[in-house]
Design a protein around this ligand. Sequence first.
Ligand code: N01
Length: 538
Amino acid sequence: MVSPTAENHDAIIIGAGFAGLYAIHALRDKESKNVVAFDAADGVGGTWYWNRYPGARVDIESVHYSYSFDDALQQDWHWTERFPAQPEILRYLEHVADRFDLRRSIRFHTRIVSLAWDDDNSHWTATTDAGEVHTARYVISGAGTLSVPKEPEFSGIENFTGETYATGNWPHHEIGFEGKRVGIVGVGSSGIQAISEIAKTAGHLTVLQRTPNYATPIGNYPTDPAEEAAEKADYRALRDASRNHFLGVPYSEVQPSAVAASPEERREVFDDRWNRGGFRLFIDSFGDILFDHEANDTVAQYIRDRIRERVQDPATAELLAPRDHPYGTKRPPLETDYYEAYNRPNVDLVDVRSNPIEAVTETGVRLADGTVHRFDVLVLATGFDACTGPLLAMNIVGRSGLALADHWADGPQTYLGLMAAGFPNLFMITGPQSPSVLYNMPLAIEDHVDFSVEAIRYIESTGRSVIEPTSDAERDWVAHTNELAQATLLPDSPTSWYMGNNVPGKPKRVLVYLGGAPGYRARCDEVVAAGYAGFDIS
Ligand code: N01
């Protein structure tokens, strides 16, 4: 039944980050749809609104990690650094919101707490945390992939009397660390960026590390005007090159095999990629690194050696040298002066793998052997319930009362990482089993929003109103994504959000599409060319 007080729209858009903002523009301004977007924050930005921790910055060059849909925008906007920090990316998204007058379609401070498909009326009913009800034929979820922080797993955390901060939900005011004893848990991308920065001012910083990570140099530098001019002169070609690259950046010097290369050749390639920075070592050195243990060992050993060169205390260097997972099976962090932070007299590294955190006490952290570390500030950089978490948090119920949580009880099931069988007209931008975080997010988002908008245009142009994948198409896609993952080393990581096994109790399933962005896009094009093969349209 339609609630008499429900507001009706053509489309409901979840989120006001990169995905939500572009979806508003694409549907409202290009398709003349009546849209409403919701965001729990009081401003635009999504990831770049919440992750304000010290050191937060993008790790794909912003000339690539930015919208491509409007040439005037990409020509006008000037990035001050190759890899800008969070405030600059947030300013960019605020500029986009103003430039395209997007804010008038967004209800801020509003969280969608349930989404239910109404079979009789062929529309979705969304309920907000304020109890408002909205209906719409289509829902575009731009809820994000890394937007639900993992629940803290430490008993007693509520008793800690000091300050506690989570990197994924950082306060908007400045936090001073001067003279304070700071403890930080987690050495993923967030932890590594935060540690490098907090180490500079903290009275004392204790890093509680469970799994050392393969962090490599980001290679940041202030924007070079000549480089910027050259890139803007042919931005179109740059974007095409990005879209045609496995991971969505226009690198193109990958060698076929680390195993086939001589030690000297390998060293030359690794040195070159290491010195130039960015994701080059990961995706632009040798093509077999993610597929072959022997190849992976060569780069893993190279990174361990470089860590030893940078860390003065040999015991600390050994603790920082990763051994328990192949390189790239957890998302590799990029860094500036991360390893040098451990050469400071005010920084300690504590191994909580051999001596796990047992509890948080009123004054700090107690380890399994009874050691207590006292802190004034505790920083949690413990990661996210990735990819599925943001969708499941909305209590989505599809056809015939099917809950998404039940449909995905054993891991996500999608077609193209974009829609799920039994959940009609629900488009999951950068959803699980799509290239999403393994691609370049703004470009992945544009591709998915464009696909969704074109699908809506197509079904409406043929006098129909509902699109959803068939169960067969969904089953085949799940099998295909799992098969691709099994051919890589990804399943070998004991805890990786790529596989969902960073969250206790979450099924271990690959959450990303490993066939590469170009292959994925070709598959989507084939589906469309075949009249939306694998979809039921009614
Ligand atoms: O989270 P993570 P993140 N006891 O899951 C540790 C993107 N991002 O927020 O490895 C002790 O990578 C955990 O240890 P372990 C990027 O895609 C991008 O850092 O599970 N430790 C690990 O060290 C990234 O991959 C940027 O043993 C515990 C850490 O917490 C993704 O976001 C910047 C623990 C979590 O690392 C997530 O990164 C930041 C426990 N109980 C993030 N539980 C850019 O640069 C967890 N840990 C653009």
